[in-house]
Design a binder for this molecule. Sequence first.
Ligand code: MF3
Ligand code: CO
Length: 267
Amino acid sequence: MVSNLEGPPLIEILNPAEIARARETGALVAGILQAMKGRATVGTNLLDINRWTGEMIIAAGASSCYIDYEPSFGRGPFGHYICTAVNDAVLHGKPSDYALADGDLLTLDLAVAKGGVAADSAISFVVGDSRPLESLTMINATERALQAGIAAAGPGARIGDISHAIGSVLSEAGYPINTQFGGHGIGSTMHQDPHVPNTGRPGRGYTLRPGLLLALEPWVMADTAELVTDPDGWTLRSATGCRTAHSEHTIAITEDGAEILTLPTQQ
Ligand code: MF3
Ligand code: CO
């Protein structure tokens, strides 16, 4: 996600054949994320999750949107296949040599391209058997905000309608909202216009139309809206060290609503 795009604004509207390919890419992203969730047990190293993800992307004949990605908000190419963010890390988590512990809150964020179309999705969950209430409540809030954003999307709706729906759920759950990073248009590349802030005013912004793909991605930090960047130049953490959560789907605007392209077939 990115709030200041470099270069001219780019919004793509996909034709039905391209939407069909977007469904395939979306299913691939969802499948890899669920496979990695299954493997993210106590003791699993984040570098192994990265390697397994790369193997699955290559086996599927897809390409990584991350490995060579070099945006203004990171330092140099990302160089990895998946974002892994643990506990106070929330966005752009660069996989490191870390073994997961019971109760860790892990966010996996993955974007790949196949058949000329990209899809992007993120999930947060707790590793192991413990059930830390604060973490589960926060994850649930981002999932509910994502569903509210999707419900607000459809032909004729405006970006502000989605932003307002997402922001209302997050605010009512008691979380401060950061507007530096949010959702985004997606298509032949991962990050496109329009930007989709996680709070906003209904009735404002770009009007959605069939064929537009959007990645919606509510994320929160328990007690702050301020981010700090790791020495790795990529990983963004809560300034207070509090826990964080992030949920993301890629959706397609259809004639009569919105279709989620990155739904897992089993959970
Ligand atoms: N997929 C992320 C997003 O939700 C962006 C990750 S950028 C990376 O928009 F370079 F860190 F991979
Ligand atoms: Co995204």
